[in-house]
Design a protein around this ligand. Structure first.
Ligand SMILES: *[C@@H]1O[C@H](CO)[C@@H](O)[C@H](O)[C@H]1NC(C)=O
Ligand SMILES: *[C@@H]1O[C@H](CO)[C@@H](O)[C@H](O)[C@H]1NC(C)=O
Ligand SMILES: *[C@@H]1O[C@H](CO)[C@@H](O)[C@H](O)[C@H]1NC(C)=O
Ligand SMILES: *[C@@H]1O[C@H](CO)[C@@H](O)[C@H](O)[C@H]1NC(C)=O
Ligand SMILES: *[C@@H]1O[C@H](CO)[C@@H](O)[C@H](O)[C@H]1NC(C)=O
Ligand SMILES: *[C@@H]1O[C@H](CO)[C@@H](O)[C@H](O)[C@H]1NC(C)=O
Ligand SMILES: *[C@@H]1O[C@H](CO)[C@@H](O)[C@H](O)[C@H]1NC(C)=O
Ligand SMILES: *[C@@H]1O[C@H](CO)[C@@H](O)[C@H](O)[C@H]1NC(C)=O
Ligand SMILES: *[C@@H]1O[C@H](CO)[C@@H](O)[C@H](O)[C@H]1NC(C)=O
Ligand SMILES: *[C@@H]1O[C@H](CO)[C@@H](O)[C@H](O)[C@H]1NC(C)=O
Ligand SMILES: *[C@@H]1O[C@H](CO)[C@@H](O)[C@H](O)[C@H]1NC(C)=O
Ligand SMILES: *[C@@H]1O[C@H](CO)[C@@H](O)[C@H](O)[C@H]1NC(C)=O
Length: 655
């Protein structure tokens, strides 16, 4: 329980609540709810590059490049990102023309508009997508959203489909459970959600049926048996320790996660996050720019507050835009002994520290509990290893990821809270309550116009979101010191969210450009809601069979498309209006009437109702999936489904 104290959004984990539908039981065995869609056969299945110089989990010394790695200050974008953006921009033109034409905004020729400004990047819409934390629930809900947004998904560009939004986006961020999704997609060479979901023989990727405690059940390229699995994990982490690096529980956790998320032998111990930058599809601008978020935990602090330093990992750099650290290190050279922003000539350069699993493990340290919970009797080897780490770092630090050597040692000593320590402690990106990774996307240097905030937070008693994450980011933006130039639209209190239903359907914030600065993005909030199944599973549920996984993904797809337009036939039009809104403002284009109507419907209008609401327990938007004898799920629109809600109050959390 210790690490959870002070984390308001998780206060309810002490109550293991569950909701069960009569028609779709929580463990509703084998309804093989077929494919969301199959992915075009032409999709390449090449994986990310193993790039650690040791060819294993341990980092290794390498000779420094001609220009030695340095820490740069955060006043601007990196040269790498600046050079990458126009390459990406070119690739977003056709997808945007296609998506916005399909949006069919009456009286507006979207294709002609995009064509007219195609060579003027500053005029065109700049789109970001942010996937929240929330464990496997967030991974699967976010996966449904991305499947719907991905033009490679079969039918995603059909009637009511939002396919192509992903291809039109410039940035894609993930945090905690959302970082597992983003990390898995990129570590597998930008595989589509449907490819990862459907898996392949001998691969344990996205096999969530066997929990992280047991390891993969497949004995193909991945594994073996539980004992071997533990032994492999321990061996990998030992290799890092033996190479002279401090290890934390997160090393073990990141390795365990990788078996499920990276389609490579033993979870790809040599796969690095920076190797994304070496992949052709990224280099050619065929993917959005991935960013993963973690929080800093300053020395001596146990509770992470809203003004903690927020760190990001991207393929080029790791660091923070905040006025504290205000610097970035090259991701590929993490592990090098930086001092005062340089690697002294006496020190070697190091690569392989930025292991991909370690990065998404860092973003999700809340789940270190998963690995700590491994039963002693199943593996005395691993249990002893974990105990020895806890002994050296202390119980209070069981939820940190240790970045030792600290890349920001002696860097910006006047403001950097971590300047004097040789070990930088990072924790779960949601611990400051900003559970949607908006921070990287509201940086003014990135000029985002519209951000899709995909929220699977478990704020309410039944694990639905209530806007807490948006409120946190808004509040932080009001503190001029911490905001450091960032700007966020006005967000109402959480009671208003529930009373007005803003957490039950997509809602736009910051619609009126006159009520914001030119740097404030429009936020399209896409809260997790029940369409076809009770997808509000507990954050700490560690295992899901394939049928349940597919249903939750499908449910996310339906949230993203509002049931392919069955809930609102104009949803795609309205989404198009949100995407174009800031661009129109800049190019002084009149807002089409169709969009004025959309904005009346989807924009928060500033009204409040702060009365404490009754328990939020939403009904299905479409209908529960009927479990049929044949085993094929069927959606019956309009059907009313009875819901039995059970609440088990238990002192025991999670397991
Ligand atoms: C909203 O969520 C927070 C936790 O994030 C919770 O403390 C609060 O009671 C919730 N309020 C409503 C109205 O759902
Ligand atoms: C695609 O849409 C067609 C027509 O509505 C439908 O028959 C088919 O099952 C859909 N395919 C998938 C994979 O959803
Ligand atoms: C980033 O830019 C630097 C300096 O221009 C260059 O040396 C390096 O190769 C680039 N990194 C990547 C991954 O492209
Ligand atoms: C983008 O495409 C145009 C042609 O449409 C080309 O002239 C330009 O060089 C491309 N820019 C980049 C950075 O690829
Ligand atoms: C590009 O678009 C911006 C509006 O965003 C406008 O101010 C600028 O003049 C345009 N530049 C060119 C070269 O057309
Ligand atoms: C996993 O990797 C193997 C070997 O490279 C490949 O054949 C398979 O298609 C991959 N599976 C997925 C789901 O990407
Ligand atoms: C964070 O902000 C609070 C006030 O909101 C302040 O009391 C506290 O000292 C701040 N913490 C740090 C580390 O700046
Ligand atoms: C952000 O913080 C840095 C470092 O403290 C400072 O130099 C910079 O002026 C700040 N930027 C803004 C816009 O406040
Ligand atoms: C704003 O943040 C600074 C730095 O953390 C903190 O010292 C200050 O108390 C905060 N101000 C308010 C009003 O919360
Ligand atoms: C929406 O379309 C997708 C893809 O064809 C399909 O799988 C899904 O069942 C549809 N949803 C509804 C609510 O009809
Ligand atoms: C407009 O801005 C004011 C002041 O920041 C804020 O109180 C109000 O809620 C905003 N209105 C909307 C609709 O965002
Ligand atoms: C405000 O919300 C409360 C609680 O949900 C509700 O009973 C009340 O009718 C709402 N007030 C207005 C003016 O809508």
């Amino acid at each position: 329980m210790k690490i959870l104290s002070g984390i308001v959004s998780l206060a309810t984990v002490a109550q293991l609540s569950y909701a069960t539908a009569i028609v779709a039981p929580r463990d509703g065995a084998h309804l093989d709810y077929g494919a969301v869609a199959l992915v075009a056969a032409s999709e390449l299945l090449n994986r990310g590059l193993p790039d650690s110089p040791t060819n294993g989990y341990a980092p290794g010394n390498v000779s420094c490049p001609a220009t030695r790695p340095t820490i740069r200050n955060a006043a601007s974008l990196s040269t790498n990102e600046t050079e990458w953006l126009p390459v990406r921009r070119n690739n977003t033109i056709e997808p945007m023309k296609d998506l916005l034409s399909r949006a069919n905004i009456s009286g507006f020729d979207a294709a002609a508009y995009i064509e007219k400004f195609r060579d003027n990047a500053t005029a065109l819409p700049n789109i970001g997508i942010a996937i929240s934390g929330g464990g496997y629930r967030a991974l699967m809900y976010g996966a449904g959203f991305l499947a719907a947004a991905d033009s490679r998904t079969v039918n995603a560009t059909g009637k009511g489909g939002i396919g192509g939004l992903l291809q039109s986006a410039t940035y894609l961020s993930g945090l905690s459970g959302g970082s597992w999704l983003v990390g898995s997609i990129y570590a597998n060479n930008f595989s589509s959600v449907t490819t990862l979901r459907d898996g392949s023989p001998g691969s344990s990727v996205w096999q969530f049926g066997n929990s992280i405690f047991q390891g993969p059940k497949e004995d193909g390229i991945s594994i073996l048996n539980t004992a071997e699995y533990y032994k492999n994990i321990k061996g990998q982490v030992d290799s890092k320790k033996n190479a002279g690096y401090e290890v934390s529980i997160t090393d073990y956790w990141g390795r365990a996660l990788s078996y499920q998320l990276i389609n490579a032998t033993d979870g790809g111990p040599a796969y690095t996050f920076s190797s994304i930058a070496l992949q052709d599809n990224f280099k050619n601008g065929e993917t959005p720019f991935p960013v993963i978020v973690a929080d800093g935990r300053a020395p001596g602090d146990i509770i992470v507050s809203l003004n903690t330093t927020v760190y990001e990992f991207n393929p080029f750099e790791m660091g923070s835009w905040d006025p504290t650290t205000f610097g970035f290190a090259p991701t590929r050279y993490l592990g090098s002994k930086f001092d005062g922003g340089v690697v002294p000539t006496s020190a070697s350069c190091v690569r392989g520290f930025d292991n991909a699993g370690y990065v998404f493990g860092t973003s999700s340290t809340l789940f270190n509990q998963f690995i700590l919970n491994i039963n002693g009797s199943s593996s005395s080897l691993l249990t002893e290893a974990l105990a020895s780490v806890l002994k050296s770092i202390g119980q209070d630090n069981n939820d940190i990821a240790q970045y030792s050597p600290n890349p920001f040692f002696h860097y910006n000593p006047a403001t950097n809270r971590d300047a004097d320590v040789t070990e930088l402690s990072l924790v779960d990106g949601g611990e400051d309550l900003q559970n949607i990774p908006l921070h990287p996307l509201i940086q003014p240097v990135r000029h985002l116009d519209v951000i899709f905030a995909v929220d699977a937070s478990a704020d309410t008693e039944f694990f639905w979101p209530n806007g807490t994450a948006l409120v946190a980011t808004y509040e932080r933006s009001l503190n001029a010191t911490m905001a450091n130039g960032t700007s966020f639209p006005s967000i109402p209190d959480v009671n208003t969210f529930v009373n007005l239903g803003l957490n039950n359907r997509p809602t736009f914030f910051g619609c009126d450009p006159k009520n914001t600065t030119s740097l404030t993005p429009l936020v399209v909030y896409v809260p997790h809601a029940p369409y076809i199944t009770h997808s509000n599973v507990s954050t700490f549920d560690p295992a899901y069979d394939d049928a349940q996984r597919n249903l939750i993904i499908q449910n996310g797809y339906d949230v993203a498309t509002m049931g392919n337009g069955t809930v609102d036939a104009e949803w795609l039009t309205c989404l198009g209006c949100a995407v174009l809104s800031r661009s129109w403002d800049r190019t002084e284009t009149a807002v089409p009437d169709a969009c004025t109507n959309c904005f009346k419907r989807y924009c928060w209008d500033g009204s409040l109702n702060s009365t404490v609401p009754a328990n939020y327990n939403p009904e299905f938007k479409v209908a529960g999936v009927v479990v049929e004898e044949s085993g094929s799920g069927k959606v019956v629109p309009g059907e009313v489904v009875a819901v039995v809600v059970g609440v088990v109050v238990s002192g025991l959390m999670m397991f």
